[in-house]
Write a protein that binds this ligand. Sequence first.
Ligand SMILES: Cc1ncc(COP(=O)(O)O)c(C=O)c1O
Length: 763
Amino acid sequence: MTSKYTYCRPAFFGFELCRIGGEGSPSGMAPKPLDYDSLNENVKKVAYAVRGELYLRASELQKEGKKIIFTNVGNPHALGQKPLTFPRQVIALCQAPFLLDDPNVGLLFPADAIDRAKHYLSLTSGGLGAYSDSRGLPGIRKEIAEFIGRRDGYPSDPELIYLTDGASKGVMQILNTIIRNENDGILVPVPQYPLYSATISLYGGSLVPYYLEEEANWGLDINHIRQSVAAARMKGICVRALVIINPGNPTGQCLSEANLRELLKFCFQENIVLLADEVYQQNIYQDERPFISARKILLDMGPPISTEVQLVSFHTVSKGYWGECGQRGGYFEMTNLPAKTVDEIYKVASVSLSPNVPGQIFLGLMVNPPKPGDISYLRFAAESNAILESLKRRAHIMTDGFNSCRNVVCNFTEGAMYSFPQIRLPPKAIEAAKRAGKAPDVFYCLKLVEATGISTVPGSGFGQKEGVFHLRTTILPAEEEMPAIMDSFKKFNDEFMEQYEDYRDLASRRSRVTDAMALVLHAGNTNKNSFKTLIAADYSGVQVELTKNFEMGVSNKTSITHLKADSPLYGSSRMDYAHIELMIDFALMEVDANISSWLYLRLGYMPYLAFAEESAISCLKRTLHVLNPHLAVNTFLVGHFVTLVDIIMTCNLYLGFSLIMLKSFTSEFPHAERYFWTMVNQPNFRKADSVPSVPSQKESQTKEAVKPKEVKKEPKQEAVKPKVQEVVEEEEEASKPNPKNPLDLLPPSKMILDEWYNDENTV
Ligand SMILES: Cc1ncc(COP(=O)(O)O)c(C=O)c1O
């Protein structure tokens, strides 16, 4: 066959010859430019898990009539969040300006919405139907600069603020400006939001991952970032930018001021531009780490860092209590970029003529909402607070729900809109996934959507460490539906684990060790102190079994156990060890002592005295008020993994959480609560049936806590003991006074202990 050649694009000697026709082309034609094989390879490389295989399967199931709960995208209105009234009133008037001339407009719209619509229309050159300046309307950029100035305490320059169709477009534009070729590296947190991996692929750069530490509540470790940079440089990659997502997506953590300082110093030392994705700055669900912008810390740090480090910060109307994803309003602000670069970015923005104008007005409204005294203020404040408060509650329901599931652990969602639980998949499930040709987390998530209709995103779409599996859900489903969603997740998960967990292996491993001399603990199977030994033994790889048919006072034996000095349960340094010792005292003297006093009064082991109960409760509250802020910023009590004190603390909290502390009590200490649920769901706490599952707090809310037991003498009955009582009785048996003690036979003392106790002179 003869081949024809035509001039196609500049190459060697000015032109490259392109062949038309020839073998391999069924029509005798060369592949067309938009045939799959001839596409830009970078386009083919782009992967976007948020709308990937799981999403497609969920959509298919929906078409087949199954109810699907789409928790895969942070798209609040799609999941039923109502728009805020004031901004929609303003936009409605801007879209239909003739309404402003209607004499009845004041009957339908409040005066401040009418004024605001007129104001924004006056900033445009021809209303919403006209292109604006390619950087956005100057009047709105000025309002954004004023907002940034109020937020950070440093003035901002509207000339350095560009408006975009959502933050994504801004991120893409800046990455396009930075990436020159495949040797340009962008440091991206892993797990990451796939906008970054996708855009870096699209523009042909290299993603340089830095791993967030799940055990440290998804904190970042600057040494790991250094190592990532060093490894990338060894491969000839020039690291040019560092991305932070604060609060994190999918990980939900908020960066501390110290973290931000370290990062900025690092960027200064390494000559790296910082890209601060701050789209979730309104979504904060705890008080310990409020949102602080990277720009504020940069400017706080003073020269040379404040004048040298280049920073681009991104924000949007898609998140926060606005959730106006479909309006596509976003902006970026540039700090320390030379004027010529800013001009180049302007030039490229001009190619798309103009960001969408309604989105720009939403931005104006977001940075300049109704103020106290405005007609619409109270309504606006009530609507926005209700959304944020509900998101906060949903974050707790999700975290607690995940942590109550078998083989699932989840850090608390401190901010943003996502929950990112780790699913500890048993080897049999991983093998089954392999056989099905799926990644293990994809396999799990597909089974989940098929069984429950809950559509999530497998963790591999965000990046995760080798052999570790997650899924991402949003916390956006309606609050009233949340408990049912979590129940159905739990049912699915626990059945999945039941199906794939290999009990035969576990049993044979146990019996092998038992044959090889298992140690026997002579204690009851409801005693919190036996749990401590069993869990510590599991962590240490020592086989300990509870004796069968244990009877208190008959088959109990005294034993002393101690961990070996080099046990990892003592932490990773001598300092850790010292902290562990200190905290063990705290767990015994402050946590155990107060929970026990409260419980024993209620169970009638001590004469019920209201003041004694009040005192135990207030001491316990004081203790939890100390514990709670510590756990807001730490996953574990000491260091970054489970240590002996976590085992002791959790077992000491166990009776409190399972028997006496109602949800209304514990919700005052959300981090202590999250900690407890995280710990009791650690595999070694559950393995060997160490800690029996704790009744859900949802249930205990509806029931009454343990009622004070009447101290009056009743005829002895052989009735079945309530479970609560059994657990505690067994524990207390040893410490209860022996009824045959001769001192019991003495007449009651004349000394009134209450009076003596309340005596002012008593120290
Ligand atoms: C971290 C992060 N950055 C940026 C975006 C994009 O937001 P926008 O809708 O403004 O494009 C998202 C959206 O989910 C996000 O999670």
